[in-house]
Design a protein around this ligand. Structure first.
Ligand code: AHM
Ligand code: MG
Length: 334
């Protein structure tokens, strides 16, 4: 009888996709997989536990109130990654500065990782899908030294792996190493991720647009014109596209990846660079989108070619089906 391939088996069978050193990706992803399962367990019981549900009433460095689960997830990923020997440092949405792992084993790590440990955290208390996003780079500094900011401020084209976990109606892990995009679904009763979505391709045209239309009045003209185009009969489908916006980037992105669509978080008058962070939200999902045949742009530039200047910088973000992203870029530059 055939059975699904597990994530572990798949990574080993695709060792050649990550030609740096045998076993490294496998170890790194298994650390992520372990933390994901622990976070998944807590996400699933969030409504039951007063220890877990709700706010810590502390603010993170972006001035947002941290949810307990954000903090918990951040800790789980740090614990899982700092003890493996592959990763010499980590940057997270939840920490102002980079964390350089200071043990001889970690200093010998060749990679740095950036994570948004629990994105869409305003949705935790209302039982809506949330996610974890990660991005992996080779370090720039010498092996054996402490990781520095230089290791993290690399353009997205330098990513060696990226992925996300969606804690949804089922829990999935989706990743790329630059050789296609593969999705794995957690079988919760045995705690194993199985290959359920091999070689994901995003449709070139979609019929879904995802944007916070409450901000419509403060979008630039090109975005407004594109949204009007989505609502009209003049678009590629000949009838209005469907508006779908969860407010949870991973969930909105995942739906559009599978069904075809565009996700937009453009600049506004108040926030010209929008809301989303380049290093641990935009770049990893841009890598996945491109690997699946889609695009990611700021409207002026390919997202993955931006040279980062700071850890938590934000950029306007347009990601999804190729023809839809090209169309909005055309409106912006017309
Ligand atoms: P977060 O990192 O604080 O969770 O914010 C990111 C989230 C994304 O998941 C989501 O797409 C976006 O913020 C929604 O923002 P808004 O409520 O402004 O539409
Ligand atoms: Mg986030």
């Amino acid at each position: 009888m055939n059975r699904f391939t597990t994530l572990g088996e798949f990574i080993i069978s695709r060792q050649a996709d990550f030609p740096y050193a045998k076993g490294e990706l496998s170890s790194l992803l298994s650390a992520i997989r372990l933390a994901a399962k622990v976070v998944n367990r807590e996400v699933n019981r969030a409504g039951l536990s007063h220890d877990i549900l709700g706010s810590t009433f502390q603010q993170n460095i972006q001035g947002e109130v941290q949810q307990k689960l954000d903090v918990y997830a951040n800790e789980q990923f740090i614990i899982a990654l700092q003890n493996r020997g592959e990763v010499c440092g980590l940057a997270s949405e939840e920490n102002e500065d980079i964390i350089a792992f200071d043990t001889p084993l970690a200093r010998s790590g060749k990679y740095v990782i950036m994570i948004d440990p629990l994105d869409g955290s305003s949705n935790i208390d209302v039982n809506v899908s949330i996610g974890t996003i990660f991005s992996v780079y080779r370090r720039k500094t010498d092996i054996g030294s402490l990781a520095t900011l230089e290791d993290f401020l690399q353009p997205g084209v330098e990513q060696v792996a990226a992925g996300y976990i969606i804690y949804g109606s089922s829990t999935m892990l989706v990743y790329t190493t630059g050789h296609g995009v593969h999705g794995f679904t957690l079988e919760p009763s045995i705690g194993t991720f199985f290959l359920s979505h091999p070689n994901i391709k995003i449709p070139e045209d979609g019929t879904i647009y995802s944007v916070n239309e409450g901000n419509f009045n403060s979008f630039e003209e090109g975005i407004k014109m594109y949204i009007q185009h989505c609502r009209s009969n003049e678009n590629a489908s000949g009838k209005p596209y469907s508006a779908r916006y969860i407010g949870s980037l991973v969930a909105d992105f995942h739906r559009n990846l599978l069904k075809g669509g565009i996700y937009m978080y453009p600049g506004t008058i108040k926030d010209p660079n929008g809301k989303l962070r380049l290093l641990y939200e935009c770049n990893p999902l841009a890598f996945i989108a491109e690997q699946a045949g889609g695009l990611a742009s700021t409207g002026k530039q390919r997202v993955m070619e931006i040279q980062p200047t700071s850890l938590h910088q934000r950029v306007p973000y347009l990601v999804g089906s190729k023809n839809m992203v090209n169309k909005v870029v055309e409106f912006i530059n017309s």
